[in-house]
Design a protein around this ligand. Sequence first.
Ligand code: NAI
Ligand code: MG
Length: 492
Amino acid sequence: MATATEPRTSKPKRTLQTKLLIDGKFRDSVSGKTFETINPATEEVLAHVAEGDAADIDLAVKAARKAFDGGSWRKVDARDRGRLMNKLADLIEKNFDELAELETLDNGKPISESRNADLPLVIDCLRYYAGWADKIHGQTVPIRGNYFCYTKREPVGVAGQIIPWNFPMLMTAWKWGPALAAGCCVVLKPAEQTPLTALRMGELALEAGYPNGVVNIVPGFGETAGAALVAHPRVDKIAFTGEGRTAEIIMKNASDTLKRLTFELGGKSPNIVFADADLDAAVQGALVGIYLNQGQCCCAGSRLFVQEGVHDKFVERLASAVNGRKLGDPFDPATQQGPQVDKAQFDKIMSYIAKGREQGATCVAGGERHGDRGYFIKPTVFTNVRDDMAIARDEIFGPVLSVIKFKEIEEVIERANTTEYGLAAAVWTRDIGKAHAIADRVRAGTVWVNCYDVFDAAAPFGGFKRSGIGRELGEKGLDAYTETKTVTIAMD
Ligand code: NAI
Ligand code: MG
């Protein structure tokens, strides 16, 4: 049995920021409406947050446009944009504990993850892009004739940024880092489940000294606030992270205004264990791959392919490790797994667990709710999974692992690629030839060899196929927020 502790109600230590950030001021929504955000560990209401809709989006876009179009932001030197971003990173470090607790409160993720993963990655991402601000170079181009030709990279303009609830602060940093370094103005629409840390980051952005209108934040729902941002004629670009079906809607709605689009979407990532692997390391990698953040990761290693010869031994070790995981109060520093983010996600995951059983897979660990308060689901492992089962095909976005047996390398490459997704993959082997073959032939934006979930602000991340368009992080991540301008000057 997974060990468990009761969730405690943790009260935030300071008054929460619950208003919209528009043009450097926090304000109520035009409609005056609010929505609730809850603590998923206790199901209690944490705060009522101003609910933005089309009218608020319009005000935010106008403010961003004003700052961008010859306004205060265009006059800030590139190097000073970098300094501002480092200042924001300093303020996040200064308020580290408060931000980590707020993230855990609103999202439910274990405090150890907020502290050791989310916050450090947020700070690193901002510092990384702060360094890029004055290094976004153009080229001189040797064209025919007596001309001087050069390119420069200009900010794309006003960027609408729509993010999900699984890594609320980190997704904010991934969006703000390259956009603000490149000189764009932003309107951020946080997920309705988790608006609190983005709003606190907005306060810190003002404290850091970002001019009015450069950073705007409009919490609200996707169909209202999100859709209005996508349709707004004065928004140049939409960067979206979330579900593929939402991306389809966004692409249609953005087509009238031909906006630039980048998408970071879901996955059903294969995690492949060969018989020659270091099995202890592979078990740990399988656990991180699927259970990090309660399984709510776009790159979750949810299809675990294990080679025939070691399959049974591997499953045994895996199940015993899974049953030893500590589930419960996200504020307990020893907790490894907290609740799912909300009831909708909880219900979706439980229905997949039921489908797994109905379709004939064997549940060897978990498979049920934990406790009767909060959206906790025991870490779950299915074996005897066939490729055509729902639990092997669909993104579940929860702590549910499908273990699939395979015989040889050609077969596993083909089966790994039999998915509409292509975000990530991993391989565990001591054979360098097998490692290269998987890295070369699995169609995914990231391949990890003998590791999983290794993220770095310098390394591009994004998807093949239905997992996305474009890349975030690294130098590549700047492409989404820059236009290339070619200037040709006659020399005589
Ligand atoms: P979602 O894609 O609906 O929501 C993500 C963001 O998009 C939120 O800010 C939401 O308000 C906004 N949004 C929703 N509809 C919109 C629209 N018509 N126009 C503009 N913005 C819109 O994802 P949701 O409903 O929260 O989760 C559903 C499933 O999506 C999950 O179970 C999971 O499978 C997947 N998902 C994948 C994520 C990833 O990182 N790849 C993140 C979140 C969810
Ligand atoms: Mg949705």
